[in-house]
Each structure stands twice: as C-alpha cells, then as structure tokens.
Ligand binder design. Structure first.
Ligand code: 13P
Ligand code: ZN
Length: 274
C-alpha cells in the first residue's frame, strides 16, 4: 500500500489521463488542483516527506489556511502523470496566513506546483466561499474549439454564454449561471489570478481569451464534465459555422432556453436572456 493506492490520488491521476486523451493538454498545457478533505489528508500523511521550504504564492486567501492541495507540476506533461506521478504531481500545504505553500509529497526532482497556482488558489478561495465549502476542484485546460471561439466572438460573458447555451440542449442545465470571459492577459501570475477569481464569484467556468478555460466543481466527475460539455458545445458551433459557411439557419431560441430551465428546475442567469 502506497500513496498511489489511495482512492482520491487514483481519481486525480485518472482525471489527468482523461484530459490528455481528449487532446486538451499538448505538452505541459493545463493544470489541475484538488483541495483534499481532512480525512484524505490523514490517509496521505504517512507518505509525506520532510516538508520543503515555505514559498510565497503571490496572492493570499485566509479561508484556505492550513489546507492541502494535490497539484500538477509546472512544466509537467498530463501525458506523464499516470506513468510517472512522483515527478509530475505533488501535494502542497498552505500556511496559517494563507499566503505561502510548501511541498509535502511528490514534485520530485525539484519541481514546483503549476505556474497557474495563484489562479487556482484564488479560484478555490472564491468558489469554496460561494458554495459553502463544496467546491474542491479547479481545472485548467486548452480545448481547441473553445479557444477558436475567442477569435471570432466578442469577448463578453453574454456572447459566450448565449452561443454555448444554444449550441447543445443540455448546456443551460449544466451551467445555468453562464461563463465568464477574461480578455487576453499574460498567464501565470497574480494579475490574471485576480481577474479570473473576480468572475469565478459568479460563474463556475471562466474562459481565458486565446488560451483556454478554467472550470470548478465539487468533484472530478462534475468538473471534467463541465469542461467536456463546454468544449463539445463550442465544437458543435464551430462545425455548424464551418459547414454552413458562416450561416446559422436556425438555433435554440430564448423561449426554448426558458422552457428547458422550467422543465429541469434550474434558474438561468436572466441577464443573458433577451
Ligand atoms: P504549467 O506547466 O506551469 O502548469 O503551465 C501550463 C499552462 O497551461 C499555463 O497556462
Ligand atoms: Zn494554460
């Protein structure tokens, strides 16, 4: 029995492999963090090594003090997580003041957590607050069709939400609040982290223009499913535009969206409906 036999670690690794198989993680593209439950930390603790030094995150969140996260490593390939987890992923602990992290397992060979750790961290903070602690997963990927839309749609939450809701019938049920959109920014620092987390207060998915998508959720299935649903919807829109040479003959109407919401018992973000 080792740390890799613990269910939550196995589930984390499986999600990395699933993302790789979808083609969302070229090279070291994308990153995944999971906020461990207390009982999961205790299961993993016997396998922790002597902690590394405290390292400033660059942003802070008091509500994450003392938490533990599984994270992908910076520059590590999703493709390699399953065959070589010790070098590709790790577990980090957050300090009392919620502004520093130290490695307690994995990230072997001197690796660091993902360069997007500041974004993951602030997103965990706001999503955890918004969901009464239910949110545990933040997932960043580079799905091609969704990224393609950031070259042809206006970069607004309204434009993206409406296109995605109308390109696959189940979308308004899966993300009834819609999606946020961050304009192009330099990735990997506190600035894009703050811009993303501001939107994550309202949305559980946020588009990064010309870069990718951030999704959040309570577990791996829901979060992976959200990424998958949004990318599939973007793909359908791209296919329809391509096949129709830019002309959409008919689509799901706003009244249809309201009918879906009524039937499935969800409240759609009214500001996106006409
Ligand atoms: P990391 O390899 O540091 O996780 O960066 C990949 C990425 O997708 C940056 O946005
Ligand atoms: Zn990225």
């Amino acid at each position: 029995m080792g740390i890799l036999d613990i269910d939550i670690v196995k589930a984390y690794i499986r999600m990395c492999s699933d993302g790789w198989k979808q083609g969302w993680h070229e090279r070291n593209g994308g990153n995944l963090t999971y906020r461990l439950k207390k009982e999961e930390v205790e299961k993993c603790r016997p396998f922790f090594h002597k902690p590394g030094p405290w390292v400033k995150i660059g942003v802070s969140a008091k509500n994450l003090s003392g938490e533990f996260f599984i994270t992908t490593g910076s520059g590590k390939f999703f493709r390699n997580v399953e065959p070589d987890p010790e070098h590709s992923i790790g577990i980090v602990e957050i300090n009392e003041s919620g502004d520093s992290r130290r490695t307690v397992w994995g990230l072997e060979g001197g690796a660091s957590p993902t360069s997007e750790f500041p974004s993951h961290f602030l997103n965990h903070s706001v999503r955890s607050e918004a969901t009464g602690g239910a949110c545990r997963v933040i997932y960043h990927a580079h799905p091609a069709n969704l990224i393609a839309l950031t070259y042809i749609l206006p970069l607004t939450s309204r434009d993206f939400t409406r296109v995605l809701w109308k390109s696959a019938t189940e979308c308004p049920v899966v993300f009834p609040n819609g999606v946020g959109v961050v304009p192009w920014m330099v990735p990997g620092g506190p600035e894009i982290a703050r811009a993303t987390s501001r939107l994550m207060r309202e949305y559980d998915a946020v588009v990064w223009a010309h870069h990718g998508l951030f999704c959040s959720g309570p577990d791996f299935d829901t979060t992976f499913g959200l990424m998958h649903t949004i990318e599939k919807s973007a793909q359908i829109y791209v296919l329809a535009l391509s096949a129709g040479q830019g002309r959409i003959r008919q689509t799901i109407t706003d009244d249809d969206l309201r009918a879906i919401a009524r039937s499935f018992g969800v409240r759609l973000n009214e500001k996106f409906l006409d």
